[in-house]
Write a protein that binds this ligand. Structure first.
Ligand code: SAM
Length: 242
């Protein structure tokens, strides 16, 4: 993990990931925007192989569910020491278990996590992890959506990516994230680029008018229209908070 300071003197935002598949990382996070920021030392990643804390000759990490039932459960006496080890290297970061039962990840939560020193992420597998480890290590549970993945690794990558792009210096222009979907409680307006005409379809005239006030008004109207049609829940939330 990089320990040198970022160009503005801050320590890099640190992602520590506990996983049975460390070879998955940084994966897509090593490419494009996130990859450039990683190389620039704006953030750092460290993986911890859960199996290194496994028990016995076979480094066992899981066992059958108490009370019976299908599948396997990651053991508390394996994960507990693994989490303690990861936390020792990233002591101020919140410890999070990626879980379909968790608080849904949204832009507000991503901003909150990006503003901190980093995250310690537990990527589950099988049927999940022993409940006692969640309680004993005060793990925060976060979900990336109402569906079930085979493991928490992809969810960890999603969370990390959502945070990294919010770190100072990662995106080119400071306003790049402020106009995006969810930042003002709305989905983003549509985008267009060249050519002016494509397959008989034109760019809306207002965008070519050069009138910045009218363009801003049009974009806001479009954002409201799209959000009302597709995500009335966001409109209701906006109205409740205004
Ligand atoms: N038995 C669990 C349940 O029904 O809630 C699902 C376990 S899932 C097959 C294995 C692991 O994938 C979980 O321990 C969790 O870490 C991760 N996972 C699955 N879906 C997720 C989601 N929507 N958000 C975050 N993590 C998820």
């Amino acid at each position: 993990m990089a320990h040198f300071p970022t160009p503005d003197g801050r320590a890099p935002w640190r992602a520590s990931v506990l996983t049975l598949f460390p070879e998955m990382f940084p994966g897509p996070l090593g490419l494009s925007l996130a990859g450039q920021a990683l190389t620039a030392g704006l953030w750092a990643i460290q993986t911890h192989q859960i199996r290194d804390f496994g028990l016995g000759r076979h480094a066992q990490v899981d066992d059958t569910p108490a009370g019976g039932g299908v599948g396997m459960v990651l053991r508390a006496d394996v994960l507990g020491p693994a989490i303690d080890h990861a936390r020792a290297a990233n002591p101020d970061a919140p410890a999070i278990y990626l879980s379909p039962r968790g608080k849904p990840l949204d832009q507000v939560l991503a901003r909150e996590l990006a503003a901190g020193p980093g995250v310690v992420l537990v990527a589950g597998r099988f049927e999940g992890i022993d409940e006692r480890v969640i309680e004993a290590r005060s793990l925060r549970e976060i979900s990336i959506g109402d569906y079930v993945l085979s493991g928490g690794d992809l969810a960890a990558m999603v969370l990390i990516d959502a945070c990294i792009r919010l770190l100072p210096g990662v995106l080119g222009k400071s306003e790049s994230t402020t106009q995006e979907s969810f930042e003002n409680g709305l989905l983003e307006h549509p985008h267009y680029t060249k050519p002016r005409e494509w397959e008989g379809l034109s760019i809306p005239g207002v965008l070519l008018s050069g009138d910045h006030k009218k363009i801003a008004e049009w974009r806001h109207e479009q954002a409201l229209k799209l959000t009302s049609e597709r995500r009335p829940d966001l409109i209701a939330r906006r109205e409740r908070s205004s």
